[in-house]
Design a protein around this ligand. Structure first.
Ligand SMILES: [Fe+2]
Ligand SMILES: [Fe+2]
Length: 300
């Protein structure tokens, strides 16, 4: 196998660290992630962060006033919006809004719909959070971010080599293989590898780094807790692909029940032990519909 220009994985790692056109994690997202990790994020911490960004503040008000929350009275202040939407949801909106805006800035590509890419990423974030809620896992980590950033390596690969990335997409379609297999063929590295380096560059938490870097191979993570996060992200991704929450952005041909992530969660959580993947998804059908609505709200 000859990868593009005979480049080594080290080449891509260096590109991630040295390229100036590779996006940084927006300050808003960094601040929220840091504060919620150190402590429980408070209204007084979150409000000033949102106030600093008028388009974000407008988005928050728009969401609070949407039919989804079904209020009869207008929500005019951010404080009121927080009561309506809730803290967790508000931080998700703030993180997504800033990440999507900053990271999609000045990105083209005829063959790729980055809008679909973000729809899938947002959906995956919500699904990951839903699974955590279903399983009753208590954690300080921002689970939503696992999904939001899981495929960020794709965006980075595209920035490093747009033509190569399009070639990989075509290879994937033509050979009906996974995105990882296609990327390995063209670049010699996958979006998970590149995502791991991006996470390293951004200095984000080990939890997010594992989720991003190992969402296609959670079984390779040695630390048990981190392995569970990678498994969770893989399962959230599979649920999205299984229920058309990929919005055409990813065709993953792996069979959910055979995925390492599902087996890891089953071993870890008794409530999943005897449940098959399809019945698990059927059990969260209503919530998945709600997630589809939320994805639409964030994108308009
Ligand atoms: Fe992926
Ligand atoms: Fe994905």
């Amino acid at each position: 196998m000859v990868v593009r220009g005979n480049r080594s994985p080290e080449y891509y790692r260096e590109q991630v660290f040295s390229l100036t056109n590779l996006p940084t994690l927006p300050i808003i997202a960094t601040e929220i992630l840091r504060s919620s990790h150190e402590d429980n994020l408070s209204v007084n911490q979150l409000l000033p962060i949102i106030e600093k960004d008028p388009p974000l503040a407008m988005k928050v008000l728009k969401i609070a006033n949407s039919a989804y929350y079904g209020l009869k009275r207008d929500v005019k202040s951010l404080r009121h919006a927080i009561i309506v939407i809730g803290m967790r949801e508000l931080s998700n909106v703030a993180i997504s809004f800033s990440v999507i805006k900053d990271l999609s800035h000045d990105i083209g590509g005829y063959h790729i719909s980055w809008k679909q890419f973000w729809k899938h990423s947002v959906a995956c974030g919500y699904v990951a959070q839903l699974i955590v809620d279903e399983l009753g896992i208590s954690t300080r980590s921002n689970i939503y971010t696992f999904g939001l950033l899981h495929d960020i390596g794709k965006l980075a690969l595209y920035r490093i080599d747009p033509e190569g990335y399009i070639e990989a997409l075509e290879f994937e379609k033509y050979n009906k293989c996974s995105s990882c297999d296609a990327e390995k063929e063209i670049f010699g590295v996958t979006h998970s590898d590149v995502g791991w380096w991006m996470a390293e560059k951004w200095k984000i938490s080990e939890e997010i780094k594992s989720a991003v870097g190992y969402h296609h191979h959670p079984e390779k993570v040695s630390d048990n807790e981190l392995k569970m996060y990678a498994a969770l992200t893989q399962v959230a991704d599979l649920v999205c692909n299984f229920r058309s929450l990929n919005f055409g952005s990813e065709c993953d041909f792996s069979i959910p029940v055979e995925a390492a992530g599902w087996k890891i969660l089953q071993q870890e959580y008794e409530s999943l032990d005897k449940v098959d993947f399809e019945s698990f998804v059927s059990g969260i059908e209503d919530e998945l519909k709600t997630i589809k609505e939320m994805v639409g709200l964030l994108q308009t």
